[in-house]
Design a protein around this ligand. Structure first.
Ligand SMILES: [Zn+2]
Length: 381
């Protein structure tokens, strides 16, 4: 991956690029950064830059044969090591390379993966992963081979915290690696590392992300508004994963509220609607607004489903299920009305109108629209 694909961390990127341009490349480096700061993607971008055949002033080219292989993690001189689950038997010789396919997939899907999401990808959440002695022996063997395609032979070891004592086997090769070999260890927790390894590496500190950098990411990648992006970014404390999870949580709350709302108004369930109104009025104004915006988004998706569009892949499973069932009731002639009522509600919420009244009116209007829809649908059948 290119540096430009790594979120934020501009100062560190500049720094790393300068050291390469000045030929100061330490043969053993420890990229140390907390979860969600991007130490792993940063190490990958650095490795790609080191081997790029036409590096620019500020990034790898992304198009040379080396970069293309790096982008898929298939460069023959890029070696990846990481914790994995070994078989439950004596003398087990499982190594990280046995899980390389899964690791490539997991990383390419989310370069900000963590130990837990990796275990999930391996379907091994309840097991303990390690980087074993067999793996260390394999690393020594691999790096001892002299065949080279790129400028550097690079080993990226993700989460050396899971090395245990067998890591000491690596001390010699880390201290005196074969020419052109670079070790990049990528860790989250310094206190869990072997002191012997720590003392043999040069530290590259990857700080927590800046709030603004996370906000930019949320706006671009998850289509949040400026205000939402900023408030989520503040809560995330520089952790990109945490930021994404906060957004996910908010979406699932809105999803449930909206599905309930449509179901209850569809049935004209007065008692259910009254209970629903209690729930929505307990939320803050910003959350109420988010809910309404989410509603507009889902109505639009229902409309697109009804009248054909490829954009639907953006929906998550539960949403898709709802949209599929509900879209027949979002007919062309009423779409503008649905939108108008939801937008009106946003207008009133923003102006501090009484929440209960706003949502009570909204429920009445939506119920009426759904009745009209049902009738016109029945008439066309
Ligand atoms: Zn390149």
């Amino acid at each position: 991956m290119k540096f430009s694909e790594v979120v934020g961390q501009e100062a560190l990127k500049q720094n790393l690029i300068h050291t390469v341009q000045e030929g100061r490349i330490s043969h053993a480096q420890l990229f140390l950064g907390p979860e969600g700061a991007g130490a792993l993607p940063m190490a990958l971008a650095y490795a790609q830059y080191l081997n790029c055949q036409q590096p620019a002033e500020d990034d790898s080219c992304g198009t040379c044969p080396s970069c293309l292989k790096y982008a898929k993690l298939i460069h023959p001189d890029l070696h990846l090591s990481f914790p994995y689950v070994r078989a439950d038997k004596e003398g087990d010789k499982t190594i990280a390379a046995d899980y390389l396919k899964q690791f490539r997939e997991a990383f390419l899907e989310d370069p900000y993966l963590n130990y837990n999401s990796w275990m999930q990808a391996l379907d091994a959440e309840k097991k303990q992963a390690n980087i074993t002695k067999a793996e260390c022996m394999d690393i020594i063997g691999k790096l001892g081979l002299h065949t080279f395609e790129g400028k550097y032979k690079i080993l990226i070891m993700w989460l050396p915290e899971y090395l245990r004592d067998s890591g000491n086997i690596l001390l010699k090769i880390i201290e005196e690696p074969p020419a052109g070999t670079v070790f990049l260890l990528v860790a989250e927790r310094q206190e869990m590392l072997l002191g012997t390894i720590l003392s043999r590496t040069q530290l590259v500190k990857v700080p927590r992300l800046e709030t603004d950098d996370i906000a930019v990411y949320l706006r671009n990648a998850l289509e949040l508004s400026d205000k939402e992006a900023h408030s989520v970014a503040l809560l995330s404390e520089g952790n990109l994963r945490a930021a994404r999870e906060l957004v996910q949580h908010e979406v699932s709350i809105n999803e449930q509220l909206f599905i309930d709302f449509m179901r209850l108004t569809f049935k004209g369930d007065g008692l259910g609607i009254a209970e629903w109104l209690e729930k929505i009025t307990e939320l803050g104004r910003e959350q109420q607004k988010n809910f309404l915006q989410y509603g507009i988004h889902i109505i639009r998706e229902c409309f697109l489903m009804q009248y054909g569009s490829a954009k639907l892949v953006r929906l998550r499973d539960a949403e898709l299920d709802f949209v599929t069932k509900f879209s027949p009731y979002i007919q062309k002639q009423y779409v503008a009305d649905f939108n108008r009522f939801l937008n009106d509600a946003i207008y009133y919420v923003e102006r501090n109108a009484n929440g209960k009244l706003v949502f009570h009116n909204l429920a009445n209007e939506i119920e009426r629209l759904l009745q009209l829809s049902k009738r016109s649908l029945a008439a066309t059948v």
